[in-house]
Design a protein around this ligand. Structure first.
Ligand code: NAI
Length: 402
């Protein structure tokens, strides 16, 4: 039996469970990421595709899978999916933007404490037989100033945890953000860099944030202050950081993300930062916990299943967003994705009234040239209604849920 949903790359079992709970069966689970040709073959008849970061969903894959309804990226990023090709075919893409925020926040706090206590250096020294038992350069986190750059999902969670440990929390964000507890917003990045004992980065990678922490920014930090980057590898100029660590301008760094990261376990990691023992390294695992994997599995599967069964597209990363109310008994739901051109709504309404049906509810959303309508009509759909909806100028696809 052809699966309704294909989940690749050992996605957490919570995903299959969530799909099945909403009536999406059978679900096929794969351990691996399939190459393009095998994926196209495997997608025949499959409505929902779930992947993690290693499967590349290319334009050819999307065009080669005409039966595919939606794609779920079981993680934060969606770079591995050709979003333009998906949008052109009216395929919504979903992800899980907050499911691992807490995991990153916890590790950030542990990094802050480790840096303040000089744990990276002590770890290196002991491995070489050293026993540097000393309080020199080691501090409590209590009453230290933590500067958070980017007060979004993760930054604000770091704020809550740091406040609970008695740290003084300051943050800088380009958007106005509600402060948690006693945290205080500052007006500029420079101000934050100048006052903080530890700076932690939690912004996305954008033209404004790329290289944001360069030699000039590092020079503005307090001498010997620490820096944490668990956000994106290109926020810091790594050569400048390497120099600042060497000169003592920066006391220590905890880095989880790098400008160039190995593509797999088989590739070796290299970085100018390896020369410094006051760096705490981790291989981009800030958000990688069992809890986060399970939460991601359930969240993305729920979004995929709700699209299949109700047409809901709330929180899609590329598609007009509609969160419909639940369908009432005796009501037929029409889903219609189209080019955002004039006359489509009229065409849909004409088709419905020609079928002798009354519209009970209708929602329209548009985004980047794509329009999406959910219409609940009283009564049953006929074959001629289906055919008329297909014929509306600009139609990408239409689907009826009964
Ligand atoms: P978010 O979108 O909730 O928050 C980002 C915040 O940064 C927003 O409040 C935004 O207004 C702010 N911001 C944007 N540009 C800014 C600028 N120029 N200056 C100051 N603030 C700016 O994102 P979230 O979920 O908190 O993620 C933060 C970062 O963590 C992202 O880069 C994400 O990719 C990364 N991340 C890393 C993981 C890891 O495994 N190490 C796991 C999960 C997320």
């Amino acid at each position: 039996m052809t699966p309704q949903a294909l989940l690749a790359e050992s996605i957490h079992p919570a995903a299959a469970k969530a799909l099945e709970a909403l009536g999406v069966t059978p679900v096929e689970r794969l351990k691996v990421a399939l190459p393009e040709d095998e994926l196209i073959e495997k997608l025949k008849g499959v409505k929902l595709l779930g992947i993690r970061s290693r499967t590349k969903v290319t334009k050819a894959t999307i065009e080669g899978a005409p039966g595919l309804y939606a794609i779920g990226s079981f993680g934060i990023g969606t770079n591995q999916i050709d979003l333009d090709a998906a949008s052109a075919k009216g395929i919504p893409v979903f992800n899980a933007p907050f499911a691992n925020s807490r995991s990153v926040a916890e590790l950030t706090i542990s990094a802050a404490v480790s840096l303040l206590r000089r744990m990276p250096e002590k770890n290196v020294e002991m491995r070489a037989g050293g026993w540097g038992k000393s309080a020199a350069g080691a501090y409590e986190a209590r009453a230290k100033k933590l500067g958070i750059v980017g007060y979004g999902n993760i930054g604000s969670q770091v704020s809550v945890l740091a406040s609970a440990m008695g740290m003084h929390v300051y943050y800088y964000d380009i958007e106005p953000k509600l402060a948690h507890g006693n945290a205080r917003a500052v007006a500029s990045l420079d101000e934050l860099l100048e006052l903080s004992d530890i700076v932690t980065l939690h912004t996305p990678s954008t033209p404004a944030t790329r290289g944001m922490i360069d030699a000039g920014a590092l020079a503005k930090m307090k001498k010997g202050a620490n820096i944490i980057n668990y956000a994106r590898g290109d926020l810091i100029d790594i050569d400048a950081l390497s120099e600042a660590l060497g000169s003592g301008q920066v006391g220590g760094a905890a880095i989880d993300v790098f400008p160039v990261e190995p593509a797999s376990k088989d590739e070796a990691f290299d970085s100018p930062l390896l020369a410094h023992k006051n760096v705490l390294f981790s291989p981009h695992i800030g958000g990688s916990t069992q809890e986060a994997q399970e939460a991601i599995g359930a969240e993305v599967a729920d979004k995929l299943a709700r699209f299949l069964t109700e047409g809901a597209t709330a929180h899609s990363v590329n598609f007009p967003q509609i969160l419909p109310s639940s369908r009432k008994l005796g009501v037929t739901r029409i889903l219609h994705a189209h080019q955002n051109v004039t006359g489509v709504l009229r065409g849909i309404n004409d088709a419905v009234s020609d079928a002798g049906l009354n519209t009970a509810a209708q929602s329209l959303a548009t985004r980047d040239g794509i329009g999406y309508v959910i219409a609940d009509v009283e009564g049953a759909a006929t074959d001629s209604l289906r055919a008329d909806l297909e014929k509306v100028d600009g139609t990408i696809w239409t689907r009826i849920i009964e």
